[in-house]
Ligand binder design. Structure first.
Ligand SMILES: Cc1cc2nc3c(=O)[nH]c(=O)nc-3n(C[C@H](O)[C@H](O)[C@H](O)COP(=O)(O)O)c2cc1C
Length: 177
């Protein structure tokens, strides 16, 4: 069913989750890769549900599906790094979403990823920026866990780069107009 600005919606006459999915696909979102490391091992996943929460202390949130392998890893490791992607990182986004046959763990073995330089988790060398911190709390909401990450380390990799955008179920650029 197409989205109409005049459509009246009640839970009884439409498939509400389907309509919600369509509505959310109209929202343009920046694309990030969450990386982690620790006792549960390294991991990486593509995530668009990332946003800033607080400036002092610097805090981000990320929503991660219970069905994702990264969910348990993040909880056990207690550490996450948000790597914000540029348009040139479509391959990284696809790998870390387990699209096109490559996995996040395979992607982490590539030379795109650096260990050290003040970070505990692997970070993407050419990310627009990478923000790493401790997971100070989580909140379980239906199918997802909301992770609150208190940022302790920030690195600007490509601060002037064109950000990678997820919009209408596809990748695009933010500076196309
Ligand atoms: C652009 C894009 C954004 C995504 N955002 C999220 C997200 O915010 N949260 C989430 O749980 N999954 C998100 N996904 C799906 C995960 O990246 C995907 O399920 C991945 O396979 C999880 O990997 P894992 O099971 O190895 O942890 C997104 C996928 C794409 C392509």
């Amino acid at each position: 069913m197409p989205i109409s600005s005049r459509m009246k919606v009640s839970p009884n006459d439409v498939d509400l989750p389907d309509l919600f999915r369509q509505a959310m696909s109209e929202v343009a979102l920046a694309v990030h890769v969450l990386s982690t490391c620790g006792p549960a091992g390294e991991g990486a996943m593509t995530a668009s549900s990332v946003c800033s929460v607080s400036l002092v202390p610097p805090t981000l949130l990320a929503c991660v599906s219970h069905s994702s392998r990264m969910n348990a890893k993040l909880k056990e490791n207690g550490l996450a790094c948000v790597n914000t992607l540029a348009v040139e990182h479509i391959d990284v986004a696809e790998a870390c979403a387990n699209l096109k046959g490559k996995s996040g763990n395979e992607e982490l073995k590539s030379s795109n990823w650096v260990r050290g330089d003040g970070f505990s988790c692997p970070f993407l060398r050419s990310a627009i920026f990478s923000c790493e911190g401790r997971i100070h709390s989580v909140s379980e909401v239906a199918t997802h866990t909301v992770f609150f990450i208190e940022v302790q380390t920030i690195r600007a990799g490509l601060p002037q780069a064109d950000p990678l955008i997820w919009h209408r179920r596809g990748f695009s650029s933010a500076t196309g107009c």
